[in-house]
Design a protein around this ligand. Structure first.
Ligand code: ADP
Length: 207
């Protein structure tokens, strides 16, 4: 006799596949850091209920951005003389490219755009805050929380709609697809910098 397979057996799998957990890379750009908006921006994703799995303040240097010293370690001791002939030793400069951070790589799809050089200058002009966030639907939802690329077109209530006025200073980045979310997290974070954990509020966020 043929056994009938109960649809209920497949239901949890179906629900699980519809609720795939994604990762997105969110970055507070240098203007957001300079304007003291880091806490405000992190807070919006926290309050929404997404899970933070990676967080760091990071200066993407021009050297790294332009690929100089890529995948190599270079320790430079800089020496100079002051006016009175004394030797001055500058701090050791570590041009250490052991993560794959490269803002040109990050924005490689925009390389042909006229604003690309300005964009690289902007993104390397000061520290950024790199974040990895996780959750069901986090990529699309984060894009909505961030708002349109041009802050003047961004809806009030969104980060850009509330906190910025110009495309060239739009305070935050968010991955545009789950694939790019994974790619960008791997680009900006080293292995071991991401944290697997279960927030205590998890059962209060999803049934
Ligand atoms: P988004 O960041 O909303 O995904 P894009 O991927 O189109 O937008 O562009 C990446 C970033 O490049 C923007 O966030 C912005 O910082 C910069 N950018 C885009 N268009 C312009 C422009 N016309 N002039 C200056 N900067 C721009």
């Amino acid at each position: 006799a043929r056994t009938t397979v109960k649809p209920a057996i497949f239901l949890p799998h179906l629900i699980a596949s519809l609720q795939q957990v994604d990762q997105t890379y969110i970055m507070v750009k240098p203007d957001g850091v300079q304007r003291g908006l880091v806490g405000e921006i992190i807070s919006r994703f926290e309050k929404k209920g997404f899970k933070l799995t990676g967080l760091k303040l990071f200066q993407c240097s021009k050297e790294l951005a332009e690929g100089a010293g890529a995948c190599q370690k270079e320790n430079l001791h800089r020496r100079a003389h002051n006016g009175r002939g004394a030797k001055l030793y500058f701090a050791r400069v570590n041009l250490e490219k052991d993560s794959n951070v490269d803002s040109i790589e990050h924005y490689k799809d925009l390389k042909q755009k006229s604003f690309f050089p300005k964009l690289i200058d902007y993104i390397t002009s000061g520290p950024v805050v790199c974040m990895a966030w996780e959750g069901v639907g986090v990529v699309a939802s984060a894009r909505k929380l961030i708002g349109a690329t041009d802050p003047l077109q961004a809806e009030p209530g969104t980060i850009r709609g509330d906190l910025a006025v110009q495309t060239g200073r739009n305070v935050v980045h968010g991955s545009d697809s789950p694939e790019n979310g994974k790619r960008e997290i791997a680009l900006w974070f080293k292995e071991g910098e991401l944290c697997e954990w279960t927030p205590v509020q998890a059962p209060w966020l999803r049934e």
